[in-house]
Design a protein around this ligand. Structure first.
Ligand code: MN
Ligand code: MN
Length: 297
């Protein structure tokens, strides 16, 4: 990888790490999740980066993909909270990083399970390690704590204007013998669950991304489309658009873009087992002669 490119990935990683830590410091009972998301995203910009996706703040049985809705009144209380933050510099997504805060005081072992799994995975990461080996480390660590890894969620490659490049870093032993290659940038993100370890889409999506191009006739939809060029295919939040456009216009446009199949909307990802709790830990890593955990704070 070019020196200049690596520098941008590392910078994005450092920014995401710092923003996540800043976010952790804001989480306490009574605080609105909307305020935390907005402050963390502003912090990324202040540090010289751009959010690579809307900050995810997911509670309890929701593993990921919740971001505050426009005007969201939800407050932190006694939840198991996943904070997931992403940053890019000039499109290079070097920072995708997450942690879990247990406000209930009852799930510290669940929090440790995903963190230990991430540490175990990082220990084996080097050029030549297979994706299956990483999954095996994650699975073993989570099971040793008495929980289940979430098998249908995985880590992923990260790239230029690309949050999910074409391969998955599994959270269990898939036997995938694809080796890590020199110059790869990846995000590893184990999820530990008290439930069955499977998630499904559930609830209203507030995160979206443009996945194609088609001519759009409606003037409102065109206005919104134009605004979406800024994100260049990276995910964005409904609430990002309602800053300068009324919600009914935004919703109208998103619906039309969905129907045209040029917008993908991401519903919250929720454990299939009722009443389950899920924890998450995530780091972004550069794989080369030297392995660099880009989001280590
Ligand atoms: Mn993430
Ligand atoms: Mn990720």
């Amino acid at each position: 990888m070019e020196e200049e490119t690596l520098k941008k990935y590392l910078e994005a990683g450092r920014i995401a790490a710092e923003a996540l830590e800043f976010g952790r410091g804001l989480v306490r009972p009574g605080v609105k999740i909307l305020d935390v998301a907005e402050q963390v995203e502003a912090h990324i910009v202040k540090l010289g980066g751009v959010p690579a996706f809307p900050m995810n703040i997911s509670f309890n049985d929701t593993a990921a993909h919740y971001t505050p809705s426009p005007g969201d009144e939800t407050v932190f209380d006694d939840q198991v909270v996943k904070l997931d933050v992403g940053a890019h510099v000039d499109g290079f997504v070097g920072g995708d990083t997450a942690l879990t805060v247990d406000l209930s005081g009852k799930y510290s072992d669940l929090v440790n399970a995903s963190r230990d799994a991430l540490d175990a995975a990082l220990k084996v990461v080097q050029v030549g390690t297979t994706l299956g080996e990483i999954g095996r480390e994650i699975e073993a660590a989570i099971i040793s704590h008495g929980f289940n890894p979430v098998r249908n969620l995985s880590g992923h490659g990260i790239g230029e204007w690309d949050l999910h490049t074409g391969y998955s870093i599994p959270n269990y032993d898939t036997k995938d013998d694809t080796p890590l290659e020199d110059g790869m940038t990846i995000a590893i993100e184990p999820f530990a669950s008290t439930g069955v370890g499977l998630i499904h889409d559930k609830g209203v999506p507030f995160i979206h991304s443009i996945i194609g191009r088609k001519p759009v006739r409606n003037i409102v939809t065109r206005q919104v489309m134009k605004r979406l060029d800024d994100y260049n295919g990276l995910p964005f939040a409904t609430r990002w658009l309602t800053k300068d456009m009324p919600l009914f216009k935004v919703n109208f446009a998103l619906k039309e873009l969905n129907q045209l199949d040029i917008l993908k909307s991401y519903s919250p990802l929720v454990e299939r087992a009722a009443g389950a709790f899920v924890s998450q830990a995530e780091h972004s890593v550069y794989v080369g002669d030297k392995v660099i955990v880009m989001t280590r704070f």
